[in-house]
Design a protein around this ligand. Structure first.
Ligand code: SF4
Length: 343
């Protein structure tokens, strides 16, 4: 089932602004997008502000709950285009990931109540057929590569004659993932210098909001809340044990994610007797994202397979990631401190 593109109306373009028809629509607008971005007042400023807000919304985004609102169709379409430019100016992997996830989730919510023919058209734009009840193994494996739920693993699927069986609900989830992957793969865009200059204040504001989110999430570093696995690695380093690469990587990524600066992380490794500053600096900078990829620490399951999950305690039974351990323990310690202060 398909719908021809001329059956899409303007509101559809606002709902699915990543479609090629939206690009054509923007290029036909009376005021070119470049001029709007250069504008220092009026509609141009409003669009830049709403684009920056769109990116900020994506940073703290967890779930839409209700369907997202479309207040102004033109503004929605343009703010999507400018939001992609803003994140491209920042060129920060995490921020681009968040925007792609947010946009895919937003479209997914609209698709839940979409007319079948339009839904089919959106799916078709991403190489999917919503009426299909199965998918070729190779295509399927590529599509679910970054999906974490074990239900997507091939060993847990019903595979018949090289085809993976898919339910209608699962198809929607796969479509959402496909949209996310495609949007992400298009970022960063190349932004001409003069446009980047106009967008810089908005990009800077997004960057500040992002830092705030990270701080809100993890707050000040609290060594007393480190999970047992990370404590054990730190102790091993201090005692001069030759730790494996997986341990070095896990600890560095953990410390970086909870907010330690690179010199502070290097300081942890400086306790080792065979400490080599330039080698350590290089590794820490690489894992912290200087090479363009910012790494996150492995989850408990992977830590177990590395042989790094040691000295498990009661909190470990309730979590699946060392970062969740840290957040939970820290919250508990904060509560204890404020209760004893109030006594
Ligand atoms: S369960 Fe997780 S947090 Fe606890 S020690 Fe093992 S890896 Fe670390």
């Amino acid at each position: 089932m398909q719908v021809s593109e001329n059956r899409l109306d303007k509101k559809d373009l606002a709902k699915y602004p990543f479609l090629k028809e939206t690009k054509a629509f923007v290029s036909r607008m009376d005021v070119p997008l470049d001029s709007l971005i250069r504008a220092q007042s009026g509609v141009g400023v409003r669009i830049k502000e709403s684009a920056a807000q769109r990116v900020r919304d994506s940073l703290g985004f967890t779930d839409f709950g209700l369907q997202p609102d479309i207040e102004s169709v033109d503004d929605e379409i343009l703010s999507y285009a400018v939001a992609r430019m803003i994140v491209s100016c920042l060129n920060d992997r995490m921020i681009m990931d968040r925007l792609a996830r947010y946009e895919a989730e937003r479209a997914y919510h609209f698709l839940q109540t979409e007319a079948p023919a339009k839904k089919a058209y959106v799916a078709h734009s991403f190489g999917l057929d919503v009426d299909a009840v199965e998918m070729g193994v190779v295509f399927y494996v590529g599509l679910v590569a970054t999906m974490k739920d074990p239900k997507w693993r091939l060993v847990n699927r019903d595979v018949r004659h090289g085809m993976v069986q898919i339910s209608a609900e699962e198809y929607d989830e796969l479509l959402r993932e496909r949209i996310r992957v495609v949007i992400r793969s298009q970022l960063p865009l190349e932004i001409p210098g003069p446009i980047a200059i106009r967008l810089r204040p908005y990009a800077d504001a997004v960057s500040v909001a992002y830092q705030e989110k990270i701080l809100e999430q993890y707050g000040e570093v609290d060594e007393g809340s480190y999970p047992p696995c990370m404590e054990a690695i730190i102790r091993a380093v201090a005692e001069g044990t030759n730790i494996p690469h997986t341990a070095r990587f896990s600890l560095t990524a953990f410390l970086h994610t909870i907010g330690l600066q690179e010199p502070q992380i290097v300081e942890v490794f400086a306790r080792a007797p065979d400490f080599d500053i330039s080698r350590t600096m290089y590794q820490v900078e690489h894992i912290s994202g200087r090479g363009g990829t910012e790494y996150t620490p492995p989850g408990c399951q992977t830590m177990k397979t590395y042989g790094l999950c040691v000295n498990r305690d009661a909190v470990c039974k309730e979590i699946a990631h060392p970062l969740s351990y840290y957040k939970r323990k820290k919250k508990g310690r904060k509560k204890e401190i404020s209760e004893s202060a109030g006594q």
